[in-house]
Design a protein around this ligand. Structure first.
Ligand code: 5GP
Ligand code: SF4
Ligand code: MG
Length: 460
């Protein structure tokens, strides 16, 4: 999911949020929503569909206020329905709160039980709504906004980057491991106003300047007075999702002072040094495989070419909820350039193989277009484990590398050769402490304990 928040009384906050969500559209395409605060009063509009389908000028002009919270959603828990769209809006003793969540909790069974025991009326099926109700419960028990939120966050386990609007101010929060990203931007200078977004591309689009990340276990509280920071959790060990860097976040978003485009190019270079093969051209799978393909070409000296053209108006295939939709989505998406491919030995670079359905089809497409050899190179290690923290990588039995060796996958995809990037290569290329990333989908080493009951639902 994509989250966005802004506190700027002198601006049209609904419109800025709309543009912010537009830039975060790749993080979720099922539903979109904006809640604005006009003093104590909350205005909300949310619906199924893309940001551009959910909002228009008329709707945005009915969302006045000094502060806004926005969300784009793809479902990881809770079904794809309008009631599950966010922001979640809940009434409390101190007024209404609006909450946008990115990530996935792992202790929802226990949390739901706790909430129901306290006569809480859960409306939807999402973990995000449970967070909003947990906060409301603490507030109603007599806490103020800050104390109440901190108490509620301590009851959560899993991944949560949150933007929360309250009548008293805007809040940005990351879980103690900072699994999902969240950045702070500034707007204007006198006075300085603050913006929160899942990625820096959400700041760029409205001309906001990147200030810093919200830190793991940190809570920022943004009001008329400016920005205050609190470390709400004692234990902090960053475990940023490495999949954000490899695939999920936009290539023009900046993490660790460089664009992910640059990081992904470096992955491609590393991949070439690990598994070079003789060929005529290197192509990338649009869009996600392109930067790594360019890096592979640079390091190998084999010329880069465009061999596949993408129809940009088809959504990310993996976001479609069913396998049938996914498969027809893939056919709509990529078309080969026969002139480029015919008679060539081709290296095709992609960021990841999850189920193997895209890859198998692509190989067939390349051969039909005249490629004489097809060598596949993947700029991440084999995905062997499901994600419980908010990336929708399916249950383990759907993951091709969970049950098959590289040799078996080579056969199944009908490629002449196949190589994945090493786990070390992927982490070393970040230039950061390898310990500061979650890479559980490649190792099964889950940084936040997943309850057995939850594990059983997705593991073979
Ligand atoms: P596959 O060959 O596994 O069907 O698809 C792999 C390609 O689709 C890669 O280009 C990757 O970018 C994208 N992809 C497909 N499904 C998923 C998914 O569930 N999670 C992620 N992160 N990427 C996916
Ligand atoms: Fe990211 Fe994989 Fe960890 Fe999930 S399991 S948070 S996709 S690195
Ligand atoms: Mg892709």
């Amino acid at each position: 999911c994509g989250v966005f928040g802004i506190y700027a009384p002198e601006e049209d906050v609904a419109k800025l949020t709309y543009f912010g969500l537009y830039a975060l559209q790749h993080r979720g395409q099922e539903s979109a929503g904006i809640a604005t605060f006009e003093g104590e009063q909350v205005h909300l509009h949310k619906d199924m569909g893309l940001v551009s389908q959910v909002f228009n000028e008329g709707i945005l002009s009915n969302l006045p206020g000094q502060m806004a919270v926005g969300h784009t959603r793809y479902s990881t828990t809770g079904s794809s329905r309008k009631v599950n769209a966010q922001p979640a809006v809940v009434d409390t003793r101190l007024g209404t709160l609006a909450l946008a969540h990115n990530g996935n909790l792992v202790n929802t069974i226990q949390l739901r039980q706790e909430l129901l025991e306290n006569n809480c009326n859960l409306v939807t099926t999402t973990d995000s709504e449970m967070i909003a109700f947990a906060i409301a419960q603490e507030i109603d028990a007599g806490q103020n906004w800050l104390e109440g939120c901190i108490k509620a966050f301590s009851r959560l386990s899993g991944a949560f980057s949150l933007v929360i609007g309250t009548p008293a101010g805007l809040m940005g929060v990351r879980d103690p491991n900072g699994i999902r990203p969240l950045v702070i931007g500034t707007l204007g200078s006198d006075p300085v106003r603050y913006v929160l977004a899942s990625e820096t591309c959400g700041l760029d689009i409205i001309g906001a300047e990147y200030l810093r990340d919200v830190e793991p276990g940190e809570l920022v509280w943004i009001t008329q007075e400016g920005l205050a920071s609190y470390h709400w959790s004692q234990q902090q060990q960053r475990k940023l999702c490495i999949f954000e860097m490899i695939y999920f976040a936009r290539p023009d978003s900046v993490m660790h002072n460089e664009s992910l485009y640059t990081y992904r190019m470096r992955l491609g270079r590393q991949l070439a040094t690990e598994s070079i093969v003789d060929a005529d051209i290197v192509i990338g799978v649009p869009d996600s495989g392109i930067p790594a393909a360019i890096g592979f070409s640079q390091a190998s000296g084999i010329s880069y070419a465009e061999g596949l053209i993408k129809n940009r108006y088809v959504g990310r295939t993996f976001i479609q909820p069913t396998q049938t939709m996914r498969e027809s989505g893939i056919r709509m998406k990529l078309n080969p350039l026969k002139d480029v491919l015919n008679g060539k030995r081709v290296i095709i670079v992609d960021d990841s193989i999850v189920r193997g359905t895209t890859s198998r089809k692509l190989v067939k497409t390349l051969r039909e277009a005249g490629a004489t050899e097809v060598h596949m190179r993947i700029s991440s290690p084999p995905v062997t484990h499901p994600c419980f923290y908010g990336i929708d990588t399916d249950s383990q039995d759907q993951l091709i590398a969970a049950t098959k060796s590289v040799a078996e996958i080579t056969k199944q995809l009908e490629v002449d050769s196949l190589a994945y990037l090493s786990w070390e290569g992927m982490l070393l290329a970040t230039g950061e402490d390898p310990q500061s990333f979650c890479s559980a989908c490649f190792t099964g080493d889950y940084p936040v304990t997943v309850p057995e009951q939850v594990k059983a639902s997705k593991l073979i």
